[in-house]
Design a protein around this ligand. Structure first.
Ligand code: NAP
Length: 336
C-alpha cells in the first residue's frame, strides 16, 4: 500500500509517497481503508518541524475517515464495511483529559497519522460516521469539529441567547459558527476578507468585522453588542488576538483558549478576567466520547461540514501549500 511520510530531505513539500506493507490488525484492533483525510493548522506546525528528530518517517495528518476493512480478535463493536472516523487522541476514550494521552495524538511525533491507504487503530479509538455525511465530510471532524464542540458546548455550555466571537473562517472557526447557528446563539465573525464575511453571514453570523481593515475590532464588537461583549470567545489567534479577546468577553463570559494562529508568545494581563468574573477554558481537542456526542448533534441538526477544496491522494503536498496561504474557507480534504 501507499502512505505519505514526513521527510526532511523532501524539499519544501516535506513529504514523500512511500510503498509500505499493509498493516494487520492485532487483538482489539481494526484496519480501516482510508477514504479521506483532512488538514489542520497543526499539520503545518508539524511539517515545519520535520527536521527535528522523531517526525522523520512519520505518517502525517490526524483526521481521517473510511471503511472498516479487517478486524482483529476480540473486536465486537465493529464489522467489516462499517463507516468510521478516527479520534484525534487514540487513547482518550472518555472522562477527563490526562497528559498521558498526549503521545497518542495521531500524526504527531510519537504516533503515525492517517495519510495512508490503510491504517490500524484500536477499536476503542473510532466513532461511526453519521449516515448523512460522506467520508470527505467526516474526515473534517476529528480535530476541528471536536475542538469547537468540546470547548464551546461540552465545557462552555453555549446555547440559545449566547453570543460567540469566532476568529477567522478556518476549520475550528466554521464549526463554531455552525454550532452557534444551530443552537440559536448569536455569532460575531472576524475575518481578513469581506468575501469570507459575506459567506459567514449566509451561514448565520450577524455581526461581521474585517480585522484587517479594523485592527481594533474589539471596539465595533462592543458597540454592536451594546457594550455587553461575547459570552463565548473562540480564541484561535493567540498572542495577536488575546488582548482584544479579553476586551471582548462579556461579564461572566468564557474564553475558550485554543489557537496559535499568530504564533506562540507571552499571555497578556488577565486582570479584566477578574473584573468581569469571566473564565478561561483551555482545550486540547477532545475524547472519543466528545466526538460521538458531536456526531449525534450533527445528525439531529443535519449539519454538513464546510469543505473548501478536495485534493487527490497524489496531490497531498499541494493541499498543505494551499492551507498555508490561508485562502481557504472551512476545511481542506485529501481524497484517497
Ligand atoms: N487546542 C487544540 O486542541 C486545537 C485544536 C484545533 C486547532 N487548534 C488551533 O486553532 C487554530 C485554528 O486551527 P484551524 O485548523 O481551524 O486553522 P485554519 O483552518 O488554518 O484557519 C486559518 C484561518 O484563521 C484565520 N486567522 C488567521 N490569523 C488570524 C487573526 N490574527 N485573527 C483572526 N483570524 C485569523 C484566517 O481566517 P480569515 O481568512 O477569515 O481571516 C485563516 O484563514 C490554530 O492555531 C490551531 O493550531 C488548537
Amino acid at each position: 500500500m501507499k502512505a505519505y511520510h514526513l521527510n526532511e530531505h523532501a524539499g519544501a513539500g516535506g513529504l514523500v509517497l512511500a510503498d509500505v506493507s499493509k498493516p494487520e490488525p492485532a487483538t482489539g484492533e481494526v484496519r480501516i481503508r482510508v477514504e479521506a483525510a483532512s488538514l489542520n493548522y497543526r499539520d503545518l506546525l508539524i511539517l515545519d518541524r520535520v527536521g527535528q528528530g522523531a517526525l522523520n518517517g512519520r505518517v502525517p495528518l490526524s483526521d481521517g475517515a473510511g471503511v472498516v476493512d479487517a478486524i482483529g480478535a476480540g473486536v465486537l463493536q465493529w464489522q467489516v464495511g462499517d463507516r468510521v472516523a478516527a479520534s484525534f487522541f487514540r487513547d482518550w476514550v472518555s472522562g477527563p483529559f490526562r497528559t498521558s494521552y498526549v503521545p497518542s495524538a495521531l500524526g504527531g511525533n510519537t504516533m503515525d497519522g492517517v495519510l495512508a491507504e490503510y491504517v490500524v487503530l484500536p477499536a476503542t479509538a473510532l466513532v461511526s460516521v453519521p449516515a448523512h455525511l460522506s467520508s470527505i465530510e467526516a474526515a473534517t471532524l476529528p480535530c476541528a469539529g471536536v475542538t469547537a464542540w468540546h470547548g464551546l458546548i461540552t465545557r462552555g455550555g453555549m446555547g440559545k441567547g449566547d453570543t460567540v466571537l469566532v476568529q477567522g473562517t478556518g476549520g475550528v472557526a466554521l464549526f463554531g459558527l455552525q454550532f452557534a447557528a444551530a443552537l440559536g446563539a448569536r455569532a460575531i465573525v472576524i475575518s481578513s476578507s469581506d468575501e469570507k464575511l459575506a459567506r459567514a453571514k449566509a451561514m448565520g453570523a450577524s455581526i461581521l468585522i474585517n480585522y484587517r481593515d479594523t485592527p481594533d475590532w474589539d471596539v465595533p464588537l462592543m458597540k454592536a453588542t451594546d457594550g455587553e461583549g461575547a459570552t463565548h470567545v473562540l480564541e484561535l489567534g493567540g498572542p495577536g488576538t488575546y488582548d482584544r479577546s479579553l476586551r471582548s468577553v462579556a461579564s461572566g463570559g468564557k474564553i475558550v483558549q485554543i489557537g496559535v494562529l499568530t504564533g506562540f508568545g507571552p499571555k497578556p494581563d488577565l486582570a479584566r478576567l477578574q473584573w468581569e468574573n469571566a473564565d478561561i477554558i483551555g482545550v486540547t481537542v477532545g475524547s472519543v466520547e466528545h466526538f460521538a456526542a458531536m456526531n449525534r448533534f450533527l445528525t439531529d441538526q443535519a449539519i454538513h461540514p464546510i469543505v473548501d477544496r478536495i485534493y487527490g491522494f497524489d496531490e497531498a503536498p499541494e493541499a498543505f501549500t494551499y492551507l498555508r496561504t490561508g485562502a481557504h474557507f472551512g476545511k481542506i480534504v485529501v481524497k484517497l
